[in-house]
Structure formats: C-alpha cells, structure tokens
Design a protein around this ligand. Structure first.
Ligand code: ZN
Length: 326
C-alpha cells in the first residue's frame, strides 16, 4: 500500500488504548480478565478474590464497600440491575420531551466541545459518565465517528462499555481527552468527589462538558441529592478553566416542572401530573425572551464547558463571576 498524507496519523497512539487504562476502583491495580471474569491483579485487594460482577458482558467495576450500589444488585439474574427507559421511547419519555422541549443548547455546545477537543491519538477518546441513555440533545456526540466514546453508567446498556460509580472511576490518571456528563452530578452523593475524579482521568487541558439541574424537583427517587446555582456549578469545577457556561432551560421550563410537581403533591400520580402540565407547554417558548442574570437566577439547569487546569479558581473570584452571569 502506498503512503498518503493521512497515513501520518498512524504514528499516533492507536484507538482502544483506553482498555489498557482500566484499573481497579479500590486500589488502582490493573484488572485481569476484563471481559470474562474481571479480577483485580493485586492479591491483597478485596477485588482479587471476589472479583467484579459482569452484566450483559460488561464488567461492573464498582468498589462495593464504598458505594451506594450493592453487589447483589448486579449479581441477581436480572439482565439489567437498574432498568431505565434506555431507548427514551416510552410514553412518559415522549411526553416529557414534548412538554420540556429538546435540548438545543447541548447540540450547540457539542459543536464547541468538538472544536476544542484535542488528542494525540487517531481519534479523541471521550468518557461519557451516565451514558446509559443518550442525554437530551447529545445525539451528535453519539453520531460522530471521529470521536471514540467510552460509555459508563451505574447499569449496563447498549450505550455503555462498563459499569462504574462516578466517585471512583476505574481508569488510570490522564486517560481521556474529554468527559461528557449530563444530568448526573445531582445523582451522586459527593459531586465534588466525582468532579475530582473527572479532573484526574482527564489529560492535562482535557475538556469537560457538564449539565446539572438547578430548579428541578426530585427525579430518580432515592438517587437524587443535590442542585446547583450557576455560581455553585462554577465552584464545583473550580479546577477547570471556563470556556462557556450558561442556563439550560429557562424559568419557563422550571415553571412547567413546578406545575407538574404541584399536581403530584396534591395527589395526582406521575402520569396524571404530566398530563396536567401538558397544556402549559407553551411557557417554555417564553424563555426565548428572558435576558441576563434574572434568567440564570431561575433557570432549570446549567451547562459548563471547561478545560482541565492546574490552577484553582480563588474564592475572591466568585462574586465577580455572579455579576457577569448570563
Ligand atoms: Zn484492587
């Protein structure tokens, strides 16, 4: 075969090298038998004898002694320990999408994410945390063949490669060129720990894209713990340089959620409360007229696009950060 200019890229690191970066979430030793019966290679580690469960041919690399998730959840005969609406095709999901609208901001932000994503590999490798279902508006990320995605979630799905807990990511330091995390940080017990892990598994100047709710009621029942203002979200990512940040869903979307949960609190069930909020779907169109900080003060959620930094934002910077919010 002749040489083309494009063959130059062959000198770069090959794809799939992320598999060699998989580590035990407890002791960071290498994991043997990745696909069949994964065990930690360190003989003094708990996960050497007990190994890790496998669900749908995917290793469950969770340190069960230090996780909200229990080994038994993954060792039962169920095909998926925590079944979700993976395809987003259920009636409830469709109704929710109609009422709340698609997420056009995520699609726009993917363009920026792709633009800033750099790699010394043939294809940049992006870790998706909470990737069991395709996040709202994230279709472009999944359809982009120039990016290699490594999907993780707390349950196995066709979109994941392994099961992990975001508090202890089972990867070597500096493995990824980017991390994509949509609607996950409200579901972890310690968001700061999860973000420290994102920082650790990113290579220097690696990219992160996060979306996290602010004015949203409890969802996913027992697994919902925290909300963030835009300033709080910025502080959470204080070891990152901000490229862009702003609201996802304005006060109109937040108001639709409130109507639905108000009906629910008065005794309407999940389905009926969705139907009750349906006639108010037009409120989200008013979000287009919202301006400035008043929108950020009442938004449904926020995104943050940033770059891993070796410097930390100072507390003194935070009041100024609020003043220039959009
Ligand atoms: Zn171990």
């Amino acid at each position: 075969m002749g040489y083309h200019a494009s063959d130059m890229t062959d000198e770069l690191l090959p794809s799939h090298s992320w598999k060699s970066s998989v580590r035990c979430p407890r002791c960071f030793s290498s994991v043997e038998n990745f696909e069949i019966r994964p065990v930690c290679s360190n003989v003094s580690c708990n996960h050497n004898k007990a190994g890790f469960p496998v669900v749908n041919s995917q290793p469950v690399l969770i340190d069960f002694e230090d996780s909200i998730f229990d080994r038994a959840m993954y060792e039962s005969d169920q095909t998926s320990a925590l079944p979700r609406d993976v395809s987003l095709r259920s009636f409830g999901s469709r109704l929710h999408q109609f009422i709340s609208g698609k997420n056009p901001i995520a699609a726009k932000n993917f363009d920026a994410f792709r633009k800033y994503l750099r790699s010394d590999r043939r294809r940049p490798v992006v870790l998706v945390i909470g990737g069991g279902t395709i996040g709202s508006g994230a279709d472009q990320l999944y359809n982009d063949s120039s990016v290699e995605l490594v999907g993780t979630d707390v349950y196995a799905s066709p979109h994941t490669h392994l099961v992990a807990d975001a508090h202890k990511l089972p990867f070597q330091d500096g493995t990824f060129d980017g991390v994509w995390i949509q609607a996950v940080l409200e579901h972890v017990l310690e968001p700061a720990t999860a973000v420290a892990e994102i920082h650790r598994v990113l290579r220097p100047a690696g990219l992160v894209y996060a979306e996290t709710p602010f004015m949203q009621q409890v969802h996913e029942r027992a697994y919902d713990f925290t909300r963030f203002t835009q300033s709080g979200h910025r502080w959470l990512f204080r070891r990152f340089e901000e490229i862009d940040a702003g609201p996802i869903g304005g006060p109109g979307v937040a108001l639709i959620w409130s109507i639905r949960y108000f009906a629910r609190a008065l005794g309407a069930g999940d389905k009926v409360s969705r139907l009750i909020s349906l006639p108010f779907f037009w409120l989200r169109f008013l979000d287009a007229f919202g301006r400035g900080r008043a929108v950020a003060d009442a938004a449904s959620g926020f995104f943050f696009l940033g770059r891993r930094s070796e410097e930390t934002l100072t507390p003194q910077a935070m009041p100024h950060y609020y003043e220039r919010q959009k």
